[in-house]
Design a binder for this molecule. Structure first.
Ligand SMILES: CC(=O)N[C@H]1[C@@H](OP(=O)(O)OP(=O)(O)OC[C@H]2O[C@@H](n3ccc(=O)[nH]c3=O)[C@H](O)[C@@H]2O)O[C@H](CO)[C@@H](O)[C@@H]1O[C@H](C)C(=O)N[C@@H](C)C(=O)N[C@H](CCC(=O)O)C(=O)O
Ligand SMILES: Nc1ncnc2c1ncn2[C@@H]1O[C@H](COP(=O)(O)OP(=O)(O)OP(=O)(O)O)[C@@H](O)[C@H]1O
Ligand SMILES: N[C@H](CCC[C@H](N)C(=O)O)C(=O)O
Ligand SMILES: [Mg+2]
Length: 485
């Protein structure tokens, strides 16, 4: 492909060299650069891509996209200076794959909690409605029936456009994608054409990266600010930041709510372990998903399907038969009737939501035992709060490790313990080894009790000291309950 064809939509501040040259591939990681590649020098959180420019030229890169042009230029290499390399990367990756996002209907889902659930149910729904569909999510990516493992919630622009390109080749009409706040700030979605955007909710998370709640809010809002007039913007107005998302968008605005008037409205009639019974847009429907937060997720899915011009009754019929995403309120019942729930709740708000859901549907006499840890190299301020929420809403709590990553697991646990009030101390245990923590909970539980294993959901690994080893909360639960999978 010719470099000049990739530059459509890129604002060039300075050009040194020719644009009439053939390029092989795009790359933002020096370690992967090959002959005739374009190298994007991105300023990151750990490193500055500009420091690797010489190395990539030695490896054969012939085009350098950068924010500062090096003093010593190499002959026959084209240097293009731009304001922000991340933005150029998004736009050029889109051009490289022939703008696949414009060839299908791409809908992005953002918010602190519920993105995977909403995107996954939308994917399952549209497949059930007979469409070829794509999914880009935290758990896995799908090109219709083909699974592609996921490394991030939102992939980098090259991987993202390559996946969209494969979806177009496979004949997909729709793609549902989770848009993380990191992805917005790092311009991973730059250059994409969205047909719609959905906002779930906003609460405490990722303050390690965004520093303040306001910056975090702005990151989510920037996604809506960038939508075209032809797109829809669907927001949850029961969330106090729901309307803020729509303030500056050019897209057409639609709302959903359980507690007030909105374009798409539902009321919870019953909320039990067997599922949700809702009045949704004046139709009485039973759903397999559990918990009031899932009423919001279902309503977001329903609203999106309506905005994508699907038939109301067919949508509700298919939706009522669907299950949620793996590791989201995923439950197993032991032979002696202990209920074990694996849930990906890893923010204070999500932990409170899942525990209040359990409170709403429990019968009253049984114990709720929660096992919870917090990830390393992530927002530290949520640690004591998550421990506090777990204690306030459970009869017993076992604090343990999540993915310590490069941090000392004991330090994380100690930071969580700060949130345990003196009155809550007697119901709290700390067991560093997560497997042992789960085993202990299973030994403590009696018939009828509910065990919540929070934080890791679908994850099939535990990362300690930077090394990932196989670990699966649900698998351990099956072992402890003597059940076959
Ligand atoms: C904090 C964060 O988001 N980091 C992402 C970011 O890395 P970074 O900015 O730290 O990059 P860096 O290491 O400073 O390097 C800067 C540049 O130099 C380049 N480099 C670096 C070293 C080298 O030898 N050669 C070289 O060329 C790098 O490729 C990069 O382009 O850009 C990288 C390339 O796209 C990502 O892989 C990386 O994701 C890390 C692994 C990560 O864990 N991200 C998480 C926090 C994340 O993105 N999570 C969200 C979901 C969160 C949620 O909602 O729950 C997600 O969308 O997955
Ligand atoms: N609408 C919601 N409101 C509040 N909590 C929710 C909602 N939906 C799901 N949750 C809770 O949050 C957890 C994570 O849900 P989900 O994976 O759908 O969110 P996510 O936004 O994709 O998270 P991540 O950013 O980590 O990918 C669930 O396990 C559940 O406990
Ligand atoms: N997408 C989130 C997942 C957190 C899941 C939790 N198990 C942890 O490891 O902290 C993140 O990367 O911050
Ligand atoms: Mg997700």
């Amino acid at each position: 492909m010719k470099l000049q064809d990739l530059l459509y939509g890129v604002t060039i501040l300075e050009l040194v060299g020719k644009t009439d040259v053939n390029v092989n591939a795009l790359n933002f990681d020096s370690r992967k650069v090959d002959k005739n590649d374009v190298f994007f020098a991105v300023v990151g959180t750990q490193a500055d891509g500009h420091e690797y420019i010489t190395q990539t030229i030695n490896q054969g890169a012939t085009v350098i996209i950068c924010e500062t042009v090096p003093e010593n230029k190499v002959e026959n290499v084209t240097y293009i200076k731009v304001q922000n390399t991340g933005v150029a990367l998004g736009v050029m990756a889109s051009n490289f794959f022939d703008n696949p996002s414009a060839k299908l209907k791409l809908v992005g889902i953002t918010g602190t909690n519920g993105k995977t659930t909403i995107a996954t149910i939308l994917f399952k729904l549209f497949k059930a409605l007979g469409y070829k569909t794509g999914l880009l999510s935290t758990v896995e990516n799908f090109i219709n029936d083909v699974v592609v493992s996921a490394t991030h919630t939102t992939p980098n622009p090259i991987a993202l456009n390559s996946l969209l390109h494969d979806m177009v080749l496979a004949g997909c009409d729709y793609c549902f994608i989770e848009v993380s706040s990191h992805a917005v700030v790092q311009h991973r979605i730059e250059g994409l054409t969205f047909a719609g955007a959905v906002f779930s909710n906003l609460s405490h998370d990722h303050l390690d990266f965004h520093k303040t709640f306001d910056e975090y809010l702005k990151a989510k809002k920037a996604f809506f600010d960038g939508l075209p007039k032809s797109a829809f913007a669907l927001t949850n107005i029961d969330d106090k930041t729901g309307m803020v998302m729509l303030q500056n968008t050019k897209a057409y605005k639609k709302t959903y709510a359980l507690k007030q008037l909105a374009d798409f409205k539902a009321k919870i009639i019953e909320n039990q372990f067997s599922g949700l019974h809702l009045d949704i847009d004046n139709e009485d429907v039973f759903f397999k998903l559990v918990g009031s937060f899932n009423a919001y997720n279902l309503l977001a899915v329903y609203g999106t399907a309506m905005l994508l011009a699907q038939d109301k009754l067919r949508v509700l019929t298919e939706l009522s038969m669907l299950t949620g995403a793996e590791g989201r309120f995923d439950y197993v019942i032991s032979p002696n009737n202990i209920i074990g729930i694996v849930d990906y709740a890893h923010t204070p708000d999500a932990v409170q939501n899942v525990l209040s859901t359990i409170q709403n549907i429990r019968k009253g006499t049984e114990q709720v035992i929660t096992i919870i840890g917090c990830g390393g190299d992530r927002d530290k301020t949520k640690r004591p709060i998550m421990a506090q929420v777990a204690c306030d809403w459970s009869d017993k709590v076992i604090l343990t490790s999540d993915n310590p990553r490069t941090e000392n697991p004991q330090t994380i646990l100690t930071e969580m313990e700060v949130g345990v009030s003196p009155t809550n101390q007697r119901k709290t245990l700390s067991i560093l080894n997560r497997r042992e923590a789960i085993k202990t909970a299973c030994h403590l539980a009696q018939s009828g009790d509910i065990i919540l294993i929070a934080g890791k959901g679908h994850e099939k690994y535990q990362e300690i000291n930077g090394i990932r080893t196989h670990f699966d909360d649900k698998e351990i639960l099956f072992e402890q309950f003597n059940l076959q999978r």
